[in-house]
Design a protein around this ligand. Sequence first.
Ligand code: NAP
Length: 293
Amino acid sequence: MISVMGATGHVGGEIARRLVKAGQKVRTLGRSREKLAAIQGGEAHAGDAADASYLASAFRGADAVFTLLPPDLHAADYRALQDRQGEAVARAVREAGVRHVVLLSSVGADQPSGTGPIAGLHAQEERLRALPDTNVLALRPGFFFENFYASLPVVKHQGVVGDAVKPDVALPMIATRDIAAAATEALLARDFRGFVVRELLGPRDLTHAEATRIIGSAIGRPDLPYVPLPYEDMVGALVAAGLSPNVSSQYVEMSRAFNEGRVRSLEGRNASNTTPTRFEDFALELAQAFRAM
Ligand SMILES: NC(=O)c1ccc[n+]([C@@H]2O[C@H](COP(=O)([O-])OP(=O)(O)OC[C@H]3O[C@@H](n4cnc5c(N)ncnc54)[C@H](OP(=O)(O)O)[C@@H]3O)[C@@H](O)[C@H]2O)c1
């Protein structure tokens, strides 16, 4: 039996579906019993990720557990929330005696600070690394393709993609389904020992300008411009879009770290960290969502 946190989200959802398809018994975790009930073949365990006793009961008896720190765009203090969730997860893993844990971390999690939400993932890697009887695989993916869903309303209403990342900064970008594929394989094989890091970098590095061109051609607007925003303007735009001021600042701190080259692959690209889904193919799905808006 395998427990999957964030089972209604991008990565966890795909992992849960893949595990069920592989004939595994799966416990699905998230806050909403109704949303979890929609995952066919899973056993729903609803609760909050900062509640260690809930997590321990959902982890108990599992051969492996998939863990993440669920994002909260409205958090008053996002790093403090990450710490509460991270401590709860580590405590639950220890109390439930889980032997194999896959953690959804990020490229840049080698850095302890100055990287916005990624610094919270660094702290979580350290917590799990300290568990003496647990084997941990920390997956460090790049920037999710799915982040561009949040750009679609701006494309619709203002005719641009805008962000604080400089147009010519190339980042590893990846489809969440490719992260889920790697995580599922590891949860089933359980062949990692001690604390292991694995980067997942997508098929190639992409700049925001290039990604915008690809989105533009998928939605029939080949001239769609990418507009780099000053950091303060980006914070303002995110607050106007409904994010908390703290989460907005954290996001922009991360963009600054991208621009300054502090969030980067340590391994360098190779066959095992290069994943198959191309941004060009993902952009067709994005275009479908755009047309449905
Ligand atoms: N975006 C990126 O480019 C990127 C890159 C590298 C790493 N990451 C990391 O990836 C993680 C996000 O993964 P994702 O995109 O798959 O997540 P996601 O799609 O946002 O899904 C979040 C999941 O967590 C659940 N959840 C939310 N709040 C919760 C809470 N308080 N207690 C329990 N469950 C809760 C949600 O379910 P309900 O809403 O139904 O409760 C959902 O299943 C984050 O840790 C992020 O730092 C992101």
